[in-house]
Design a protein around this ligand. Sequence first.
Ligand code: SF4
Ligand code: SF4
Length: 345
Amino acid sequence: MVGEADRCIKCGSCMRACPVVSKVGEGVFPGPRSLAVDGPRGRRNAIRASDELLKCSMCHACASACPMKIEIPSAILRLRETGFDENALRPGHARMVHNIDQHRSSVEPVAYSSLPSDPASELCFFPGCIGRYRLPDIASAAIGILHGFGTSASCPNELVCCGSPLEKIGDKARQLRLQEQNLSILERYDRIVTSCPGCTGQLAEGYGLDAMHLVEHLFEDVGLSKISHAARHRDVKVAVHHPCHLNRLVGPHTKEYTIQLLQAIPGVKLVDYDAQEDCCGAGGSLLSGYPDIADVIGSDKASSAAAAGADMIVAACPFCVINLGRSGTMPTQDLGQFLFASLKR
Ligand code: SF4
Ligand code: SF4
């Protein structure tokens, strides 16, 4: 990264784009340039992982804004990995590691659900920790949509956390153990679909598998005309939230896919508001490590949607749904759940 950091022209675009700097200020979070450029160049004092590095939400807004294409979040991730200390974890991160060790889930298994599964299917639905253990209705809705449009799905109970939350706190060793367990199951399948952008990115980039998000499957494999024919929602004004890990990591095409999918549902009117692509504050393990910062970012975004006249927020990410809904400002629903509820049955 020192070589990459040397390309920095000090334009400040990354600092202006950073949602955490913008909400809490550089006194609390030094920001992308300071951490990923000045730190590796030795122009900054030693970076303390728990106090500074872990306040980054991994939204990639800085990398998108950087004219020199410096991969700032990757540099922050590498610093987290180098500085990982199991004995100095934030309380929320320690709980996550405990849950992984006990249950192979990053969240406490408060709502475990054995999801519908067709073992003969060549498509695997990967439920993720939230879909399996916290909000199983999201995973059930995704499987229901797959079935509704004629695709059976297998969802083996042996699948565990994809490891993305561990990688985000720098715990690469545990992440690789989970990856090994999942790979022994997933390698049998031709296709993998998830409803969590973090899982999609981890399975595609980290594991090297052919994984796609539900939004991609719906747009590319099902098609808008079938969706428009099959769905109908009561009249509702929807503010779309574009999850950072879907929009900036899985790919910017997902933004247009999401908009067109929702517009294809009769009864849905999309509301325009400035913050559509802004981070919700949940990612990068910010929600588990610094819930107060995640709360400020999430509730401000929900307020923007409310001020624009929306009835609800729809987001294609279970983590975003949790954080945007925490303030109680605005009803928030997962895109798969929203579509499943709209299907005429
Ligand atoms: S990834 Fe997002 S939160 Fe992290 S430094 Fe970049 S802009 Fe800020
Ligand atoms: S946006 Fe890129 S070039 Fe500009 S200050 Fe940040 S890291 Fe440097």
